[in-house]
Design a protein around this ligand. Structure first.
Ligand SMILES: Cc1cc2nc3c(=O)[nH]c(=O)nc-3n(C[C@H](O)[C@H](O)[C@H](O)COP(=O)(O)OP(=O)(O)OC[C@H]3O[C@@H](n4cnc5c(N)ncnc54)[C@H](O)[C@@H]3O)c2cc1C
Ligand SMILES: *[C@@H]1O[C@H](CO)[C@@H](O)[C@H](O)[C@H]1NC(C)=O
Length: 475
């Protein structure tokens, strides 16, 4: 199926073209979550693939450690579930949410009474990525090259992208393909001039690895809510537990004057952790390395540059609170697999057809990405509440979880329920519940003000969710 000027080329010849001439059907920048899955998928479809990666060493990062059941399912669809084996992964059965110390456990529900119980997986990010890379290396139609991409090679007389420029061990180098894929992650060098939006960042996650920390409910992702921004904890190996602490930009409590981030950990985070976790946390704080990552928001947009496809975090990001990024990336590969299959697009040389399919991709991917994106942003706004109305919504949200109307919301978190309207209706139910809870708490003497307060809570709910709905509809 590998094609050169529209003619089928035997795969050994294609392999030689990749090695000798640096030429393929598709060149993918970034052997991360998306890049590897896409390389394997296209390679298995018979395309000739070059996969470029800046460092083939095992990544050591605090990102991408909890794969939602929806992502596990996408990996199965791609025939790559074995990448979750032999990495000491922990099976995740749901969430444990604590609100000012009051807990509620939300297990991932079955989609139908007869379907199996959904399970997520938590692991060391680097181990999972190495498994994905091994899968790519094992594909005869994929050639993996360690090199740093620096920019695009563009045709001088049209805007057509012809490949990428790289630096390999201080030497300049080029790779050419009919289709170039940018999957180089959150700090992508390919957005400029090719995408209309820039990422925005309102907070960072600071991460530590705790050893033998007994969590209140093992096998659950833990979310701690209270007076400070949310804290996440989940086991990522037999002995290791990740803790991620959200710190909003310019937070006074984490300023240098107040002891910086370490001071914040000791003064504000330590006291709200479950008792058993406090010692492992202090140990990690003393001996481990504290690392941070920006929490970005980037609405997706249609790929319009001929010969280029931007995917993964380079295309679309949401707050990592709900752990949805890898699920979105793997779902996107499933959609691309069908839209760019050899049956749909016989040759990537047909730039017009590829662009048409990419415009379809923009809308088709929304089925799975919209819910994950809006949910992550809206929940973050509530969970990091910093004013009275947001706090009311936060409390309403927790009461909602407690009452037990949670199957659909939890399926949405899991990446299994993909209906944006269902999300919006739950969100506004939470808003009305929040107003009801406020009503019950308002002393008799203050009831005159209540209509005003309830309008403010409702208005705040709109301010939280509407911009993200519009971002999905308009971008
Ligand atoms: C703090 C934090 C926690 C997160 N937690 C979760 C979670 O629990 N669950 C979840 O699903 N998602 C999580 N995410 C999101 C998730 O990490 C990303 O959505 C996912 O990794 C995106 O995959 P990607 O392939 O687009 O990028 P990446 O996985 O980042 O891969 C990009 C690859 O490109 C390579 N690269 C970069 N530049 C170049 C270059 N110039 N040349 C060659 N190669 C290059 C990099 O080395 C890397 O291998 C989290 C994000 C953050 C910030
Ligand atoms: C590699 O590509 C060829 C076509 O060039 C195809 O016949 C073959 O099935 C592919 N191999 C694998 C293992 O996917």
């Amino acid at each position: 199926m590998t094609s050169l000027n529209g003619h089928a080329v035997p795969s050994d010849q294609a392999a030689r073209r990749r090695a000798d001439h640096h030429e393929a059907d598709v060149v993918i920048v970034g052997a991360g979550i998306l890049g590897c899955a896409l390389a394997v998928t296209l390679g298995r479809q018979g395309r000739s693939v070059i996969l470029l990666e800046a460092s083939m060493k095992e990544p050591d990062r605090i990102v991408g450690e909890l794969l939602q059941p929806g992502g596990v399912q996408a990996l199965e669809k791609l025939g790559m579930s074995d990448c979750l084996e032999d990495i000491d992964a922990i099976s995740v059965k749901g969430y444990y949410i604590s609100y000012h110390g009051e807990p509620v456990e939300l297990d991932y529900p079955r989609e139908t009474p007869s379907s199996p119980e959904p399970r997520g997986r938590a692991f060391h990010h680097g181990r999972f990525v190495m498994k994905l890379r091994q899968a790519a290396l094992a594909c005869p139609n994929v050639t993996v090259v360690e090199t740093k991409a620096t920019g695009l090679v563009t045709s001088t007389h049209s805007k057509q992208v012809l490949g990428v420029e790289c630096v390999t061990k201080d030497m300049k180098d080029c790779y050419f393909a009919q289709l170039t894929v940018a999957a180089d992650g959150y700090n992508s060098v390919f957005r400029k001039g090719n995408l209309p939006h820039k990422p925005t960042r309102r907070s960072k996650f600071w991460g530590l690895e705790m050893i033998d920390a007994p969590l209140p409910s093992p096998c659950c992702g833990h979310v701690l809510l209270g007076d400070i921004a949310p804290i996440l904890m989940y086991q990522i190996g037999t002995h290791e537990t990740r803790i991620l602490i959200d710190i909003p930009e310019n937070l006074p409590a984490a300023s240098v004057k107040n002891g910086g981030v370490k001071g914040y950990m000791r003064d504000c985070v330590l006291p709200v952790l479950p008792k058993d976790v406090q010692k492992p946390f202090l140990n990690a704080l003393e001996t481990g390395s504290l690392r941070s990552m920006p929490n970005s928001f980037l609405p997706a947009s249609t790929n319009k540059t001929p010969g280029l496809m931007i995917l993964g975090d380079a295309l679309n990001m949401r707050h990592p609170l709900t752990g949805g990024g890898m699920t979105v990336a793997l779902n996107d590969v499933c959609v691309i697999r069908d839209l760019l299959s050899p049956e749909a697009v016989p040759s990537f040389e047909d730039t017009e057809l590829v662009l048409k399919q990419l415009s379809r991709f923009h809308w088709m991917r929304k089925k799975s990405s919209t819910v994950i994106n809006i949910l992550a942003q809206a929940l973050y706004m509530l969970f990091a509440a910093d004013d009275k109305n947001l706090r009311a919504l936060q409390q309403g949200c927790f009461r909602y979880f407690q009452i037990g109307y949670v199957d659909q919301p939890v399926l949405m978190l899991a990446g299994l329920l993909k209906q944006p309207l269902v999300l919006v209706s739950h969100f506004f139910t939470v808003a009305f519940l929040a107003i009801w809870v406020q009503f019950r708490q308002t002393p008799f003497t203050h009831l005159l003000l209540f209509p005003f307060q309830s309008v403010m809570v409702f208005w705040t709910a709109c301010v939280v969710i509407v911009p993200y709905i519009l971002a999905e509809l308009w971008s």
